[in-house]
Design a protein around this ligand. Structure first.
Ligand code: ZN
Ligand code: ZN
Length: 102
């Protein structure tokens, strides 16, 4: 199950479970859309994968208790800002390899 981490790992912006700005990588490293686009260049600094929009977990119990009321978002903040220059080199190296071969 997704943790729904509460903030952007780079800029620490709040990303509540209903945020449409949250982006996650293959390991659920979580960043805001702006940082993914402008700082991370769509490469996760932790694992090298790309990002996708994080789904919003329903706040309504539509079916079988699968909703935010039973499974709330995480409250554990991970704030590990990247060095943009270091990351630019990291992402450039990764981007020389086709996505399915990384
Ligand atoms: Zn951010
Ligand atoms: Zn990652």
């Amino acid at each position: 199950m997704l943790e729904l981490r509460p903030t952007c790992e780079h800029c620490n912006k709040a990303l509540p479970p209903d945020s449409l700005e949250a982006r996650i990588c293959s390991y659920e490293c979580t960043f805001c859309a702006e940082c993914v686009e402008n700082v991370l260049l769509n490469v996760c600094p932790n694992c090298g994968s790309g990002f996708v929009p994080r789904p919003v977990r329903p706040s309504t119990n539509w079916n079988g208790d699968n909703f935010l009321g039973k499974d709330p978002g995480s409250v554990q903040v991970r704030h590990k800002p990247v060095d943009p220059q270091v990351h630019q080199r990291f992402s450039a190296a990764i981007k020389t390899i086709p996505p399915h071969q990384r």
